[in-house]
Design a protein around this ligand. Structure first.
Ligand SMILES: Cc1cc2nc3c(=O)[nH]c(=O)nc-3n(C[C@H](O)[C@H](O)[C@H](O)COP(=O)(O)O)c2cc1C
Length: 230
């Protein structure tokens, strides 16, 4: 591998910061990132991403509305939050343990954990967020996949322009409030937001580095002689 090495390094260095500086990005840079994200592939080129980009006072107001709803009524997601059983919830628990460990929050300290949920709803102090809504299309699974390609383009573009982003499923757990605040039709379902700006590199959760499973846990090879996975 020659030229792909640099790109591989770039991809593998991508990570999710959970603390941002408040300074907004120049609007030209936001536009570039949106153009890059827009170039994502999608099923039959349907481009089923309906994106609401929020910043400034509007983002603060949205955050306040989400926190108020969370504190009053709890969660109201459009989709289940069930990770099933076995390895998937186990990985999620390992991430939580690592993250709370870095923040010095103990397992039994429920209030600090709830406060960290509120920190999610404060968009980790970031100046911008893009909320990704899925239009009414069948069972929405194909569109959700396409949202993933869009989101990854978005995140890679941020990184390429010297910024950072984190996908936030947490925002979608209070979907009706987000819809009402942004004036989005009830048929448009929220799966995630991407929170973005300049990350606070001094934060203990700038890079939680949760690692990844070995390839042999997730990939099965058929008919490719010599491709052995660790
Ligand atoms: C669709 C999606 C939703 C996510 N939602 C959240 C979230 O609500 N809050 C959070 O702190 N991290 C969230 N993350 C970040 C993941 O926890 C993170 O990508 C994973 O732990 C791997 O860590 P890394 O991105 O730092 O390598 C989300 C990631 C994705 C792809």
């Amino acid at each position: 591998m020659t030229s792909t090495n640099k790109y591989s390094e770039f991809i593998r260095n991508l990570h999710s910061p959970r603390a941002f500086l408040p300074e907004p990005m120049p609007v030209e840079d936001i536009k570039q990132v949106l153009e890059d994200a827009q170039s994502a592939p999608s099923n039959s080129n349907t481009q089923p991403w309906n994106v609401h980009v929020v910043g400034g006072e509007k983002l603060k107001e949205l955050s306040a509305a989400l926190i108020k709803e969370f504190d009053t009524n709890g969660l109201s997601p459009d989709f289940t939050t069930d990770y099933g059983e076995g390895i998937h919830p186990q990985r999620s628990q390992e991430l939580a343990a690592k993250m709370y460990g870095l923040l010095g929050i103990k397992r039994e300290d429920k209030e600090s954990r709830v406060e960290f949920v509120r920190e999610n709803l404060r968009f980790f102090g970031a100046p911008h967020a893009a909320l990704l809504f899925i239009p009414p299309m069948g069972d929405r699974v194909r569109a959700a996949f396409d949202q993933g390609t869009y989101a990854e383009n978005f995140l890679l573009s941020l990184e390429a322009h010297g910024y950072h982003g984190i996908p936030q499923g947490m925002i979608s757990l209070i979907a009706p409030t987000a819809r009402e605040f942004l004036g989005v039709d009830e048929d448009y379902k929220l799966v995630a937001a991407i929170t973005f700006g300049t990350a606070d590199e001094s934060s203990p959760v700038f890079n939680t580095a949760p690692g990844r499973a070995p390839l042999s846990e997730t990939v099965t090879v058929h008919g490719i002689e010599g491709l052995e996975l660790d």
